[in-house]
Design a protein around this ligand. Sequence first.
Ligand code: COA
Length: 393
Amino acid sequence: MAETVNVKNVGLRGVTVADTKVSFIDGEKGVLIYRGYRIEELAQSASFMEVAYLLLNGSLPLKKELTAFMTQVTAAREVPRHIYECFKKWPKDSNPMDVLQATVPMLAMVDPDLQDETRAANFRMATRLIGRLPVVVAGWHRIRNGLEPLSPDDSLPHAANFLWLLHGQKPDEEMAHDLDTCLILHADHTFNASTFACREVVSTRAHMYAGVTGGLGALSGSLHGGANAQVMKMLLSLESEKNIPGWVRNRLDGGERIMGMGHAVYKTMDPRARFLKDMAARLGKKTGRERWHELSSQIEKAGLEEFAKRGKADIQPNVDFYSAPVYHIMGIPGDLMTPIFAISRVAGWCSHIIEEKFAEAQEKPALYRPKAEYVGQYCGLMGCEYEALESRG
Ligand SMILES: CC(C)(COP(=O)(O)OP(=O)(O)OC[C@H]1O[C@@H](n2cnc3c(N)ncnc32)[C@H](O)[C@@H]1OP(=O)(O)O)[C@@H](O)C(=O)NCCC(=O)NCCS
């Protein structure tokens, strides 16, 4: 009989529910590792395609392996036209995360590998998802603005192609490289809410697209990936605010949260935020839009001071805090910031889905089924007496 652990842990903080070989976090020291490699090293030296390959395969690709992988992803970019025809009928003010979450099952319907439960088929589905999600996001953005979606440019790398599809202009090389780095930084993060959602869904033997759809739903929330859009709203609302420390104090006194600060695992500055902070400063200088880095830094400083006064010095900037100003400087609208998180995280989700389905880190696959303590109405094991509707009045 399975061992029962009778410890209630709301939110599962610190509870180990599975083994994984995909990534590792040391929350006290602020360290994030993908398949053995430090995030800083990957962000400085690798491309998102290399990192996606690494996450999916467990080792860095040889040149010819990377070329083959990129060819596969590039070949998968084109989105079936009927999906765009549907987009044209959808309300133009739909949230792009809802659009993305609604589109993934439509991509499942046209995937020739859907019924094939081999590892190779799941790998192919992963490459299609990685290739298509950015095209879907950009296609929706153009259609909601009354424009025709553009065709992917196969000569452009992953992030550059996304910027091209979004803006209809060949992107600045440095900016495209920076976006690629952002994708690396967001690609995986162990058992965060959305990854856990993906793994939980596929633990029922549902297919990869069902898992990714679950992950998208979890990512959209403002305590998770949705935080970057909230950070952007905060920055825009504070653009001409003179008293940032006062604003931060009032917000915390009112019991509200400073979006982009705090983390369930990191008790120090998120290593990704450190990277993005420098990027926001550099891009700001290059484009003459220094205000956004400046403003974010002021909120960070005031937040750190206020949290320390309140005995919560471990609440520090997370990945969403500085990704918002970076994306804003790149000309990306606020409501596309969480979808960009998704087009990166899909690499991690698919890696975890494969690991879960094929028990690559533990003995055999297991269906997730935690327990809840029942605290509702209880009349004993015979149940409460049912009173007919007519006599209830
Ligand atoms: C991410 C987050 C949910 C992690 O929280 P956590 O530390 O695991 O646990 P809790 O949500 O219970 O927070 C613990 C305490 O810190 C406070 N806190 C945490 N983050 C806070 C923030 N950004 N602003 C204000 N207070 C915060 C909570 O209000 C809570 O206070 P209490 O104990 O007095 O009730 C939380 O930091 C948060 O909401 N951050 C803002 C949203 C965000 O940026 N999310 C993206 C994460 S990558």
